[in-house]
Write a new protein. Structure first.
Length: 453
C-alpha cells in the first residue's frame, strides 16, 4: 500500500511539473472584433466605379490593423438584416491601421445608377465588425470625357466662346484670346492680355497698329494659313501667315465694329452684326462688300445673333428678336410665330442635310421638309427653355446646350448631362461642335470638354 501511495505522489509531481513547463504555453483565443466604421462616405464616382472614404478601425476595436475589408452595395437601402443579400466586393487592399484615413475603389458598377454602400472589417480569426453607416451616390453617365482649362492647356481663358474645326485642328476662342489644338499640341495664337503675339498687325495693308482684337466671338477658316476672326469691338480680322489685316468701318463695307458671327460659304465671308444686319465680303480677289437688309419689321433693327449656311449656300440668320430669316437667291424668307416658329431670340443654328436645328429663347426647333417641331423643357428632356447652342452629330443625334446643362436626343431617348452626373466642366454651354471622328466638343463658361460616347 505504501508503494502505491508513493507511486501516485510521483505521477502527480510529474504531471504538475509538465503543466508548468514554459515550452508549452496555453493558447488564447482572439474574440475581439474590429469596431464598426462610422464615417463611410462616397467621395466621387465615374461611369463604372465609386471611391469610398473612411477611417479604418483596428484588429481589436480601433487598435492594431484589421486583415480585410468587405464592401456590400445595392440599388436599394442596406441594413443589418439585408446586408448579406447585397452584392459583395472584396477590395485588394488591406485596411490601414486603426484610426487612419483609408480609401476603397469599388469597380464593376453600372453607369447612371444610384448605389448604396456598406462596409465591414475582419481580423485574422476572422471576427467581423458590425455594419458601417450607409452612404449612397449615383454613378456618372457612360462616355469618355477630357476637360481642358487654363491649368492643363494653353487656353487663354476658361470661358470658351467659339470652336471652329479645320481637320484635326481646333481653333478655340475664349474670353481672353484664341488657341489651337491638334489633339497633341496646343498653340496660343492670340492673347488679349498681351495685345498680340508673333505677328505684325496691319490696318488697310499700310498702317501699323497695336490695337488688340478684343474678344473674338467667331472664327472662320478660309485655308490653313488664312483664319478670319469676328470680334466684339474691332470688326473682322484676317490672320494670314505672319500678319493680321483688320477690316473696320472706315476701310470696309461694314458700318459697325461689333460682330456676332462669321462663316465662309460660296466663296464669300458672311458677317452677322450686332445692330447693322448681314454683310458679305468676296474672297475671289475682288474684295467686294455687300450689305443685305433683312426686312426691318422682322429683323428687329438689324440685330443678328448667329448665322449658318446650308449645302445650297443659303444663309440662315438667327435674330435677337422675331425669329429667323434665310437668304436664298437674293431673297429673304422670314420665319416667326406666324409660320409655327417663334418671335423670340435665336442663339444658334445647325444644318445637316435636310434638317435645320435652332436653339432659341423658346426651346429648340427642328425644321425639316417645311415642318417645324418644337422641343420645350416641359415636354422633352431639355433642362432649360433657353437653348444657347445646338449641333447635329455624325449619327444624327441632336445636341442642345443650355444654361443648366447639356442634352441629347437620338429620336427616341433624351439624355441630360450636368456637372453632377458627368465630367461636364460647367452647366452653362456657349458652343458645340462635332469633329471628324465624331467627338463632341463643348465650350462652357468654365472650360472646354471633349466627349465621346
Amino acid at each position: 500500500m505504501k508503494k502505491f501511495i508513493a507511486l501516485l505522489l510521483f505521477v502527480s509531481f510529474v504531471f504538475v511539473s509538465c503543466s508548468n513547463d514554459s515550452s508549452n504555453p496555453v493558447v488564447s483565443v482572439d474574440s475581439e472584433a474590429p469596431s464598426a466604421v462610422t464615417d463611410l462616405s462616397v467621395g466621387f464616382t465615374s461611369g463604372n466605379s465609386a471611391t469610398l472614404f473612411l477611417t479604418a478601425t483596428g484588429d481589436d476595436g480601433i487598435f492594431g490593423r484589421a486583415k480585410t475589408y468587405e464592401v456590400r452595395y445595392a440599388t436599394s437601402m442596406i441594413d443589418s438584416a439585408n446586408y448579406a443579400l447585397a452584392t459583395q466586393f472584396l477590395p485588394p487592399n488591406q485596411p490601414n491601421v486603426g484610426t487612419a484615413d483609408d480609401t476603397i475603389i469599388v469597380t464593376g458598377l453600372l453607369p447612371n445608377t444610384k448605389y448604396y454602400f456598406a462596409v465591414k472589417l475582419a481580423d485574422e480569426t476572422p471576427n467581423w465588425s458590425p455594419i458601417s453607416n450607409i452612404d449612397s451616390a449615383t454613378t456618372l453617365l457612360s462616355g469618355s470625357w477630357t476637360v481642358y482649362r487654363t491649368d492643363n492647356s494653353d487656353l487663354p481663358s476658361n470661358e470658351v466662346l467659339a470652336i471652329q474645326l479645320d481637320g484635326v485642328v481646333k481653333y478655340i476662342s475664349t474670353l481672353d484670346g484664341v488657341s489651337t489644338y491638334n489633339n497633341t499640341t496646343w498653340n496660343l495664337i492670340y492673347d488679349a492680355q498681351e495685345i498680340r503675339i508673333d505677328t505684325t498687325i496691319i490696318v488697310s495693308d499700310t498702317t501699323i497698329d497695336t490695337t488688340f482684337f478684343g474678344t473674338v466671338n467667331s472664327i472662320a477658316i478660309e485655308s490653313s494659313s488664312q483664319i478670319w476672326f469676328g470680334t466684339n469691338s474691332n470688326g473682322v480680322a484676317l490672320l494670314e501667315g505672319d500678319s493680321t489685316v483688320f477690316y473696320k468701318s472706315n476701310d470696309s463695307g461694314i458700318s459697325i465694329l461689333s460682330l456676332t458671327d462669321i462663316l465662309i460659304s460660296d466663296n464669300k465671308l458672311w458677317i452677322g452684326t450686332l445692330t447693322s444686319g448681314l454683310y458679305s465680303f468676296a474672297l475671289d480677289g475682288s474684295n467686294a462688300w455687300q450689305k443685305y437688309d433683312v426686312p426691318i419689321t422682322l429683323h428687329g433693327l438689324g440685330k443678328i445673333n448667329c448665322i449658318e449656311a446650308t449645302a445650297n449656300n443659303e444663309i440662315w440668320t438667327g435674330l435677337q428678336v422675331y425669329g429667323a430669316s434665310v437668304l436664298g437667291n437674293s431673297v429673304f424668307t422670314n420665319y416667326s410665330s406666324d409660320n409655327n416658329f417663334t418671335n423670340q431670340g435665336v442663339w444658334d443654328i445647325s444644318v445637316s442635310g435636310t434638317k435645320t436645328l435652332f436653339g432659341t429663347d423658346a426651346g429648340a426647333f427642328l425644321f425639316e421638309n417645311d415642318i417645324w417641331t418644337n422641343y420645350m423643357a416641359v415636354d422633352s428632356g431639355l433642362p432649360d427653355n433657353v437653348v444657347t447652342a445646338v449641333v447635329i452629330d455624325n449619327q444624327g443625334t441632336y445636341w442642345f446646350g443650355t444654361r443648366f446643362g447639356l442634352a441629347s436626343f437620338n429620336g427616341t431617348v433624351w439624355t441630360n448631362y450636368t456637372t453632377v452626373n458627368s465630367y461636364l466642366p460647367d452647366n452653362f454651354i456657349n458652343t458645340l461642335q462635332v469633329d471628324m471622328f465624331g467627338n463632341l466638343w463643348i465650350g462652357t463658361k468654365n472650360g472646354l470638354a471633349r466627349f465621346s460616347n
